[in-house]
Design a protein around this ligand. Structure first.
Ligand SMILES: [Cu+2]
Length: 425
């Protein structure tokens, strides 16, 4: 996408930046400075409106909007045209004075008024190299597929489930007004994203297809309020577009499944959340109908008094293009997985179907059973929220709120669906 000479220069500078000396051995040459990436996003948005850059530092500006914009700095006589997806390189003049700031904007009529305006603070190279004010990531020399995740002030990542492959660039944008963190323990990633800022994380080359990697925000309280998500590592042979993008090229519907996952101690006195993560991590690895569940869901396991246990999964469900019996069968497969080890009482199961479903369930499916060796009664309820596009499947072994069997799982599903756990913790 870059012109030959520009691209060559970019690769060289990036290579230097990647071999940058440790912070303790900071040198003041501009070639050590990381390339900062600035994007124009649709809706008159810069990916960052507050940049701190040193003289000689390179900005790579990419217009990711369909309309043309410009990168304009009046005081330096700069007016660069930005065509869609044609990156442009700009170098901060060596004469720029540390401590001053300049305004950048797009000079297309209406753009500045729409919000395409920002500020560059000129700082010393030491400030940049010690990372105090860096809010954007390194540009990698090879073009890579890229996915975008928003970190939001409602304590969600959107989308929370993203399929990626080795080498994919994960772009996390903070669209809120408070700082968030993007943490991937498995890859030792822990980055702070300032409001309006963005971080780029590259999926390691050695990731194993089929695995699921958890990420979260480590700002105190945010993870507990649901600021978590998963990166699903796609098979290299499988195009990413199959699972993360719809036919018109947009990211899959942004279903906020976090709101259906009660917090650490939300289930009540004596209950704790043992773990949470992808639906696979709760269900165990299995082949669940990709037609019915187009991509991964979320899940959690809770333990309570007297050996009681709750397993819960929330799965995206597709009912528009799939026959009802196929949906029903796929949901029952999930139910059976949650009830692994139970001797399912199919006769009783038929009886449960005649009972009115919990408030708010569009369709209720249930199974009931008893763990033969442990003597804890158990029940599973699934609740399909067609309007939302998810199915919630809950199993309760032992007692919950003084109830057992499907009475307990129905009760818990009802609390989840009616939002009784919202704002818990
Ligand atoms: Cu956060």
């Amino acid at each position: 996408m870059l012109l030959g000479a520009q691209r060559l220069a970019l690769v060289i500078v990036t290579a230097l930046a990647l071999t940058m000396a440790p912070v303790s051995a900071v040198q003041e040459t501009s070639s050590d400075l990381p390339i900062v990436e600035l994007d124009v996003l649709e809706g008159f948005l810069w990916s960052s409106t507050e940049l701190a850059l040193a003289p000689g530092q390179v900005i790579l500006i990419t217009n990711r909007d369909v309309a043309r914009h410009t990168f304009t700095i009046d005081i330096w006589g700069v007016d660069l045209s930005l065509s869609t997806l044609k990156p442009v390189v700009f170098t901060i003049p060596e004469t720029a004075e540390v401590g001053t700031s300049v305004e950048y904007y797009s000079s297309i009529p209406g753009d500045r008024e729409g919000g395409l305006v920002g500020t560059i603070s000129i700082v010393s190279p030491e400030v940049v190299l010690t990372g105090i004010l860096i809010s954007t990531g390194l540009r990698l020399p090879e073009p890579a597929p890229r996915v975008r995740i928003e970190a939001r002030d409602d304590f969600t990542f959107q989308p929370a489930i993203v399929s990626v492959a080795a080498g994919t660039l994960v772009e996390v944008v903070n669209t809120g007004v408070i700082s968030h963190h993007f943490v991937v323990d498995a890859w030792n990633v822990n980055q702070t994203i300032a409001p309006g800022g963005m971080v780029l994380v590259r999926v390691p080359a050695d990731v194993e297809p089929g695995t699921v990697i958890d990420f979260y925000c480590s700002v105190p309280g945010h993870e507990q309020q649901g600021m978590v998500g998963v990166l699903r590592i796609a098979q290299s042979s499988r195009p990413i577009a199959d699972v993360v993008q719809t036919r018109d090229g947009r990211v899959e519907p942004r279903i906020d499944m976090r709101s259906f996952l009660p917090g650490e101690s939300a289930l009540g006195s004596g209950w704790t959340r043992l773990r949470s993560g992808s639906s696979e991590s709760v269900l165990g690895h299995g082949d669940y109908s990709a037609d019915v569940f187009p991509y991964s869901g979320l899940g959690a396991v809770y333990v309570g008094p007297d050996g009681a246990r709750v397993s819960l999964v929330v799965l995206p469900i597709r009912t528009d293009s799939v026959p009802n019996n196929q949906v029903s069968s796929a949901v029952q497969t999930v139910q059976s997985s949650l009830a692994t080890g139970w001797s399912v009482d199919r006769i009783a199961s038929a009886a449960w179907r005649s009972v009115s479903p919990p408030e708010g369930c569009t369709v209720a499916e249930r199974v009931s059973g008893v763990v033969p060796t442990v003597t804890l009664p158990g029940g599973v309820t699934s609740c399909q929220l067609t309007g939302v596009g998810v199915v919630i499947v809950v199993s309760v072994e032992g007692e919950y709120d003084g109830l057992s069997g499907v009475n307990a799982s129905d009760h818990l599903v009802e609390k989840i669906v009616t939002g009784e756990f919202d704002g818990g913790e």
